[in-house]
Design a protein around this ligand. Structure first.
Ligand code: KG4
Ligand code: ZN
Length: 341
């Protein structure tokens, strides 16, 4: 689909606690991710200064690794995409400096990419890419948004979280259950052995009665409900609590996806971001897709969480379509709403 005029593009992702590097030229040639999770675990969350320093340490070895795997030389490179924002300022600066320095030395373009655009387009890297337009559910550690995606750079926000992001709710609930940091994946694994229906947690903002928009979300109350449950039922099995939590989150996310599809009159749904790796979310929406007649797309699990492949892909696509983001020289945007285009 995107294989005409391949441009060898290096992708650099350093917005938070994963260093991601990839090479793309119409197909994904190589990608490597170094996760800093073990380093931040002791602090129960990401320490920005440590994150920046570690990106500095990892970037060059990872870049060497992808060139080796792809059997390409640095001199073959034609473009570099890097995450310009949003994210941690110092961490973003590491990637931006590397990208601009290397691009200047090779006299090739350095293209600043919005991190969420990378996530949104990541399912297009798959063997069965969705056609535009589609509805996207973007669920990560920092964001929970429903978007209508018309094409590259044409994104309309339909609804978003009013407080915690879905991934944040997973991580905070996991912490409550003593599952470490970031506990999202561990919590979803634990939930698989929990008894469904043993406990019932609220489905925040589900239905039309709320004052927030019908496609908005709220997850901070759910974490409080879990804390209350843990306190009131000291003998409750953590797996059953985990199951109740995941069931509640998945119910809300899935129902709002269906509402968004119906309202937009579209039949393609894309899942992206770290929480899109959640097996129960994929399975529930997969069943709904069959029952309600829509097509479901999501990247393979390793491309759901932060990676350089999605950044390389977004940059290559923008170059190919001559649709480069407006950019004024070198800089990063730690806070940056996805432009509607
Ligand atoms: O997209 P991502 O790697 O980083 C951000 O841009 O935030 O998403 C990370 C988030 C974390 O909150 C993590 O706990 C969550 O995604 N996550 C999951 C799963 N895998 C990662 N949440 C639920 N189930 C999973 N399998
Ligand atoms: Zn992300």
């Amino acid at each position: 689909m995107y294989q005409n005029r391949p441009v060898l593009t290096l992708g650099i992702e350093t917005s938070c606690d994963e260093t991601g590097v990839a090479l793309y030229d119409g197909r994904l040639l190589a990608h490597a991710v170094y996760s800093q999770v073990a380093m931040h675990e002791a602090y129960g969350g990401v320490v920005p200064e440590l994150a920046s320093r570690d990106h500095i340490r990892r970037l060059v070895p990872l870049a060497r690794e992808v060139f080796r795997t792809a059997r390409k030389n640095i001199s073959d490179l034609q473009a570099i995409g890097y995450t310009e924002g949003p994210g941690l300022a110092g961490a973003l600066l590491v990637g931006a400096s590397f990208a601009h320095g290397l691009a200047a030395s090779l006299a090739i373009p350095a293209i600043g990419i919005h991190h969420l655009e990378g996530h949104l387009l990541s399912p297009l890297l798959g063997a069965r890419p969705p056609a535009f337009p589609f509805i996207a559910l973007l669920v990560s550690g920092g964001h929970t948004q429903l978007m209508r995606v018309e094409g590259l750079g044409r994104y309309a926000l339909l609804g978003e979280t009013q407080d915690d992001a879905a991934g944040e709710a997973f991580d905070k609930t996991a912490k409550l259950l003593g599952l470490g940091y970031p506990g999202g994946p561990a919590l979803s694994r634990l939930a698989e052995s929990g008894a469904p229906g043993r406990y019932r947690l609220p489905r925040p903002l589900l239905g039309k009665a709320s004052r927030a928009g019908e496609l908005d979300f709220s997850f901070s109350g759910l974490k409080t409900a879990v804390a209350t449950l843990v306190r009131n039922e000291p003998s409750a099995r953590p797996a059953d609590i985990a199951r109740a939590f995941v069931d509640a989150v998945v119910d809300v996310l899935a129902a709002k996806c269906v509402t968004a599809l119906e309202q937009a009159g579209l039949t393609r749904l894309v899942l992206a971001g770290g929480v899109a790796a959640n097996a129960q979310l994929r399975e529930t929406l997969g069943k709904m897709a069959g029952a309600k007649g829509f097509d479901l797309f999501y990247p393979e699990a390793e491309l759901c969480t932060d990676n350089g492949a999605m950044i390389a892909f977004a940059a290559a696509l923008r170059l190919q379509q001559r649709n480069l983001p407006r950019q004024r020289g070198f800089g990063v945007k730690p806070r940056w709403d996805l432009p509607a285009g």
